[in-house]
Design a protein around this ligand. Sequence first.
Ligand code: PEP
Ligand code: MG
Length: 560
Amino acid sequence: MKKFPLNNVASSGIAIGTAFVAQGVDLSPIGGDIAPDEAEDQIAAFVRARDESLAQIGVLAETNDIFKAHLDLARSSSLYNGVVDKIRVKHKNAQQALKEMEGSLAARFESLPDPYLRERATDIRDICGRIMANLKGVSLNIFDSINEDSIIIARDLTPSDTTMMDFSKVKGFITALGGVTSHTCIIARSLGLPAAVGQGNVMENITHGQFIILDGEQNFAILDPDEATIAEYRTKIAENAELAEALKKTANLPATTTDGHTVEIFANVGSIADTVAAKENGATGIGLFRTEFLYMEGKDFPSEDEQFAVYKECADIFGDAPIIIRTLDIGGDKALPYFTFPTEENPFLGWRAIRMCLERQDVFKTQLRALLRASAFGNIHIMYPMIISLEEYRAANALLDECKRELTAEGIAYNANIPTGIMIETPASVMIAEDFAREAGFFSIGTNDLTQYMLAVDRGNDKISQMYDSFHPSVLRAIKHVIDAGAKHGKMVGMCGEFAADKKAMKLLLGMGLHEFSVSPMDIPALKDRIRAASYAEVKDFAQEVLVKPTLAEIKGMLQ
Ligand code: PEP
Ligand code: MG
């Protein structure tokens, strides 16, 4: 039994399971040259693997058009003839022949002047990778083989990696890289799984198959625990579950303080499943729908109809309650599998979110039209991310107006008065918050990004993660400034950054006058419970005292 300290715990809780040390799938060919009389067997193996791949792609193509093009490429005579030729004439085995053909076909596409055709090189690699996996008898989804309670140990995990996991078996994550507000951590929190990130040498210290306990409450992992320790932790897990169940019973009560001040507790979601969970856990609205997850799942930008269906379903679940849907916030640490971002020195300061949308108006307008159409069915609010200027806000609204005119001309219903608001997540928007408050419908403070930009500390960099702290006096005063600016002009100010769910921040945020807290569905019952136990008069005084403290150390001292 050995304790392994964890410094960056991004999502608390306890998990027990077998370590699954995630290594990439090895798609390199095994063997090379063959004797001439082996050729026909190798061709048969290739054809079998190709047909298996065609069947798999066929299933994917039922729900996603992009795979229809993959079917054509996989069936193409150039791929078949090329591979067969290399096996029969050059005496290569099927795996080697396929690898060589993948290289030459991809290079052929990459050399074309048309950007659309150049992109097909990625499709070729995708298809050949799938055929290779079938030839080698390995699964493309490395998490496929998980068949018992497991804790994933990985160098890094992307949000798309998490889409491949079966969460009835995956119980927690520990990664070598990443910061606590990376999107993988946000996903872990939304699932209620413990996660520790930026743990440096974790891959070297935990072996595949080793039994471990991940204690995200006391911040360590126990490797090879003894029976007594396992039993003790199983009891803790059961107690936590009981507590969560008990809290759920009061989840639908309003978040009203002991002296009668009520705030809204909304949910941060990224899918319909999250939206259902939000409703079950007592959310009175959706404070942030991260639409980028819809864009990450597919093989191409989601169509207007596909998006409309999701937004409408959300509206159906929440009735008249507000649903704040954020327009595409891609870039930074969020990539799309089918879209190549320019290589940038500083992606978090680069061509992302609203900056990309205002340029790629085709992509943006598709989303705005889908949101408008869904607004006929519920109380949908549109929120723009990463705004730094009134010009951007007005430009986004101008495109929204263009979409409204188009829909009117097409005779399609929408809410002409759909509210639009902004994320406050840049120092620029904080400084001119009063000007925004005159024009924008509402604010939601995104402390994940605001903290990194206020402090100039990369939210994903584990080397400086101890400097990333939303209790820094500059961040707290920025938040207060924004809340006051909104109040002055009668605009709702919410917070959808992870700070809204911080147990120690609750008194402070409530006392500063925050009107809406938007947190993971799982965090809602406990947050409501804490607010119901608080006195508004007391937390207001407390917040005033904290806000004048000039150092983080003094602030932390007051919060103890
Ligand atoms: C934020 O920056 O606080 C936020 C909520 O947005 P995201 O985490 O998606 O960048
Ligand atoms: Mg953000």
